[in-house]
Design a protein around this ligand. Structure first.
Ligand code: G3H
Ligand code: 13P
Ligand code: ZN
Length: 320
C-alpha cells in the first residue's frame, strides 16, 4: 500500500472547500504521457493554480499504473523545481468498479471517482457507499455521479442526456458519504458534442436547484471541452478530417464555475490542441522525424490552452 501522502499529493477536500467559497473551479486535466504532464504542470505553476491530474482506466492501461504513480510524484517535484509548490491531486476518472478504485488507492491515488451513473439508483448508492467506506479509511476523497451525460467515455456511450434529478441529490449524498458529485446538466463527453447551429445551453437552472438542495456541496462538471473552432480548423487545414462540431461555450462554464461547481473536466480540447500542432509540423516539415520536434510544439500548444482555461474559464489562478 502506497499512501499518496508520502508522494507529496493532496486529496480534494480542502481544495473544494476553498473553491466553493471563492467562486472558481479547479481544473481536472487528463494525462497519459510526459508531454501532457509537462504542459499541465507548466501551465498551473505559471498561473499559480491547484490541479487535479486525471487518469482514466484506459489511460492506466495505456501508460502503466506504476509509471503513472512515479509521474505524479515527479510532478510534485517538477512544480517545485519550476519555482512554485502547487497542490496536486491524483484522481481516477470514471472508475467503474470497487476493485479498480481500491487498486488505485493502493497505488497512491489521492482521489477516485466511482461512476455508477449507468446503474439503477439503488445500485449506484450501494456501490458508491462501498467505495467511500474503503477510501475514507485512507483519507482518499470520492466523487460520485448522478445523471447520465451524452457522448462517449471509455467503452460506455449514451446518445442522450439524462439530466440529474434534483430530488435525488440530497438522499444520494447523505446515504453514500461522497465528497463531491458529478451531475448531468447538458455537457457531454468527446470532441463531437453538438452540430454547428445546435443549441448548446447548459442547464444552469438545474444546477441552481441542485445547489438549493445541497448548499455548498462540491459539484463536478464532466464533458466540459469547448471544441475551439480555430484548433479544429488548423487540424483540417493540415490534412485532418474532423467533422464539424461545437462544444460547451466557455462563458457558460465560467458562470458554472462561479457557483458550487468546483471541478471542471477537460480532456478533448487538449487532444485537439496536440493534434493540431503535430499535423502542422508534419505538413510543413515532412522531412522531420525526431519526436521532440513535433511533440515539443504539441506540448507548447497544450500549455497555452490550459493557461487560457485557468485564466479565462475556471478562474483558479492565484488560488494556491
Ligand atoms: O471522460 C473520459 C475521458 O476523456 C477519458 O477518456 O477513456 O479515452 O482515456 P479515455
Ligand atoms: P471532454 O471530453 O469534454 O473533454 O470531457 C472530459 C471528461 O469529462 C473527463 O472525465
Ligand atoms: Zn468524464
Amino acid at each position: 500500500m502506497i499512501s499518496y501522502k508520502n508522494l507529496g499529493l493532496v486529496n480534494s477536500r480542502a481544495l473544494f472547500a476553498k473553491s466553493v467559497q471563492g467562486g472558481y473551479a479547479i481544473p481536472a486535466f487528463n494525462f497519459n504521457n510526459m508531454e501532457q504532464m509537462q504542459a499541465i504542470i507548466g501551465a498551473c505553476v505559471e498561473t499559480k493554480s491547484p490541479v487535479i491530474l486525471q487518469v482514466s482506466s484506459g489511460a492506466r492501461k495505456y501508460a502503466n499504473q506504476t509509471l503513472l504513480r512515479y509521474m505524479a510524484q515527479g510532478a510534485v517535484e517538477y512544480a517545485k523545481e519550476l519555482g512554485c509548490e502547487i497542490p496536486i491531486v491524483l484522481h481516477l476518472d470514471h472508475g467503474d468498479s470497487f476493485e479498480l478504485c481500491k487498486s488505485c488507492i493502493e497505488y497512491g491515488f489521492s482521489s477516485v471517482m466511482i461512476d455508477g451513473s449507468h446503474l439503477s439508483y439503488e445500485e449506484n448508492v450501494a456501490l458508491t457507499k462501498k467505495v467511500v467506506e474503503y477510501a475514507h479509511q485512507y483519507d482518499v476523497t470520492v466523487e460520485g455521479e448522478l445523471g447520465v451525460l451524452a457522448g462517449v467515455e471509455d467503452e460506455v456511450s449514451a446518445e442522450h442526456h439524462t439530466y440529474t434529478e434534483p430530488d435525488e441529490v440530497e438522499d444520494f449524498v447523505q446515504r453514500t458519504g461522497v465528497d463531491s458529485l458529478a451531475i448531468s446538466i447538458g455537457t457531454s463527453h468527446g470532441a463531437f458534442k453538438f452540430k454547428p447551429g445546435q443549441k448548446t445551453e447548459i442547464r444552469l437552472d438545474i444546477l441552481a436547484e441542485i445547489e438549493r438542495r445541497i448548499p455548498g456541496f462540491p459539484i463536478v462538471l464532466h464533458g466540459a471541452s469547448s471544441v475551439p473552432q480555430d484548433i479544429v480548423a488548423q487540424i483540417n487545414q493540415y490534412g485532418g478530417k474532423l467533422k464539424d462540431s461545437i462544444g460547451i461555450p466557455e462563458d457558460q462554464l465560467r458562470a458554472a464555475a462561479k457557483s458550487a461547481v468546483c471541478k471542471i473536466n477537460i480532456d478533448s480540447d487538449g487532444r485537439l490542441a496536440m493534434t493540431a500542432a503535430i499535423r502542422k509540423v508534419f505538413t510543413n516539415k515532412p522531412e522531420e522525424f525526431d519526436p521532440r520536434k513535433y511533440l515539443g510544439p504539441a506540448r507548447d500548444k497544450l500549455k497555452d490552452l490550459y493557461k487560457h482555461k485557468i485564466l479565462n474559464v475556471l478562474g483558479s489562478n492565484d488560488k494556491i
